[in-house]
Ligand binder design. Structure first.
Ligand code: B12
Ligand code: SF4
Length: 496
């Protein structure tokens, strides 16, 4: 059977979202599920973020896949659906279409449309393999009740309805999954990056998170369990990739002291000569200076952390289970060690002017190398979504990129965005102070140099969009209703 797996591109190239500007990660979801089926099926992967427009219909017509699968975060939902529509319109009803990923898992009903035959709920490897084998063996595409982890469209005289099978068990040890099929994305390798770090490989070394922040659904997606790849397997994977830079995709790499010690012991023994980056909590960083130093010595070059805010009340309201003191200590320690910090900070729709100013000041005070400021967004599947859904001005998935206010703002919307759009300017001083880090680690700096010109160009084009308050308002026209505090464009004001 022929299988085409597609990573959709953002809705509009180079527009919103941090994709294509700060971080472009390889589609590990697709290489992971491809690895499970490639021995029995012919598999191709298309990363639409690195392809020309128009490539999808051409590949569909040439390759004529029997199954088309698309991956989707919330922001990709429309595009993943568009991939399935395109497949059906070119290949007809016989092509089987499926979507998987965070959004389909947390909101399968949002993908209950005629162009999508099934939704993969949760982890995809085993579910997708079972589905492909079932279809290849001539199994009915209209009776998929035996495949755990699927939500599928069952035809009935009253019209098709989505049937939700039991969840797929998430008990399988990560070490037993085959290595992601990176050779299927060979033509794209070398083009993935984080800031100036390129070429970049991505490796997932754990799944799940032990915390339960109310704006994040990682712990719900993984049913409150956390599983780890063994230390030896992590270093095997690092050695297997050619790229100098490796990003560990785990949402919280810094979750377990013992595992990190094992990993470091393996790394110190085998010395794979990589610079690596992680995501991790500031409390762990603040409480483990010795480990952070050892990690730095073993190649750790950047930590991305959700600082969210330095306001203790808000940290508690987000159920972050963290303290301002940890944020301050972590930022200072990383700086002292010569590790770049990427800090995510969260503004809220109820922000007044003074709240924005306090946030910019906090970021500057901590001297965060790469500050990223988002807007509080109740994402589907989170506790926040369940509690605040009734307050949403739109459920259009494109607006859930954390850069648009999907709730009523306390300030008039044009004023809110005027303040918000200042974030990259207002925190520039913080990034500038990090230039000193370049001198602390000359080998790292030399490795980064190659990626600097392209990074600067990408930043320029991103800044043209994110620093223009009108760009947010233009996006809202036709979606955020006027009577719910909709946008007032400068030109409309002028006309009035
Ligand atoms: C790398 C990454 C990115 C990359 C791109 C990811 C990619 N697809 O290439 C970049 C940096 C661009 C990115 C951007 C964003 N991201 Co992001 N990202 C991640 C991260 C850290 C890893 C993704 C990954 O590769 N995981 C490893 C694979 C193996 O896991 P997986 O994707 O879940 O895939 C499994 C299943 O879901 C399923 N599956 C997935 N796809 C498919 C397809 C088929 C056909 C099938 C059958 C199964 C299947 O099977 C896979 C194997 O088990 C995740 C966190 C995470 N734990 O996944 C966040 C995450 C996906 N991102 C998130 C968010 C919020 C964002 C941003 C909005 C943040 C921002 N403001 O920048 C933007 C949105 C971009 C935009 N256009 O605006 C959220 C998504 C929540 C949601 N409801 O969708 C996550 C879950 C983080 C979090 N803590 O909540 N992100
Ligand atoms: S925000 Fe981070 S710490 Fe909180 S649940 Fe999500 S992954 Fe875990």
């Amino acid at each position: 059977m022929r299988v085409l797996l597609v990573q959709p591109a953002p809705f509009e190239h180079g527009r919103m979202g941090l994709e294509n500007a700060l971080w472009l990660a390889e589609p590990v979801a697709l290489t992971s599920i491809a690895a499970m089926v490639r021995a029995r099926h012919e598999v191709r992967i298309l990363d639409m973020r690195l392809e020309e427009d128009g490539v999808l219909p051409r590949v569909l017509a040439e390759f004529r896949p029997d199954v088309v699968g698309a991956s989707s975060m919330t922001t990709d939902a429309w595009q993943a659906q568009a991939v399935c529509h395109c497949a059906k319109s070119i290949l007809g009803e016989q092509v089987f279409t499926i979507v998987g990923g965070h959004h389909p898992t947390l909101a399968p009903e949002a993908h209950d449309i005629a162009a999508i035959d099934a939704v993969c709920v949760g982890e995809g490897e085993e579910t997708f393999a079972q589905l492909c084998d079932h279809l290849a063996a001539g199994g009915s595409r209209h009776d998929l009740a035996a495949i755990d982890g699927l939500a599928w469209r069952q035809p009935s005289p009253q019209g098709a309805r989505q049937v939700r099978n039991p969840n797929r068990s998430q008990a399988r040890s990560l070490d037993t999954f085959p290595l992601p099929a990176r050779d299927l994305i060979a033509s794209y390798l070398g083009r993935y990056f984080f800031a100036a770090a390129t070429p970049l490989a991505s490796i997932q070394t754990s799944r799940g998170c032990a915390y339960d922040c109310n704006f994040c659904a990682i712990w719900e997606f993984y049913e409150r369990k956390v599983r780890f790849l063994s230390a030896a397997a992590i270093v095997d994977r690092m050695e297997a990739v050619q790229e100098k830079f490796v990003f560990f995709l785990d949402d919280n790499f810094l979750s377990h002291r013992g595992r990190i010690e094992e990993f470091l012991a393996e790394l110190e023994r085998r010395r794979p000569a990589k610079f690596w980056m992680i995501q991790g909590r500031t409390d762990f960083i603040a409480q483990h200076p010795d480990l952070m130093r050892r990690m730095r010595d073993a190649g750790l070059c950047m930590v991305l952390s959700g600082y969210e805010t330095n306001d203790e009340g808000t940290l508690a309201a987000l159920k972050k289970d963290n303290l301002r003191e940890h944020n301050l200590k972590a930022a200072a320690l990383l700086r002292q060690l010569g590790i770049w910090t990427t800090g995510i900070f969260m503004t809220r729709p109820d922000f007044a002017a003074a709240d924005f100013e306090a946030m910019w000041a906090a970021i500057r005070e901590m001297k965060i190398s790469i500050p990223l400021v988002v807007i509080h967004t109740p994402l589907p599947g989170t506790q926040g979504w369940r509690a605040e859904r009734h307050t949403l001005l739109t459920e259009d998935a494109r607006f859930f990129d954390l850069l648009h206010a999907v709730q009523r703002t306390r300030l008039p919307r044009d004023e809110f965005y005027r303040h918000y759009a200042r974030w990259s300017q207002a925190t520039m001083g913080s990034s500038r102070k990090s230039v000193a880090l370049l001198f602390k680690r000359p080998r790292l700096t030399a490795a980064l140099l190659k990626g600097v010109p392209a990074f600067v160009e990408r930043l320029k084009s991103l800044r043209r969009v994110i620093e223009d308050p009108q760009s947010y308002l233009r996006d809202e026209v036709g979606t955020i209703p006027r009577d719910a505090g909709g946008p007032v464009l400068a030109e409309e004001v002028a006309a009035a």
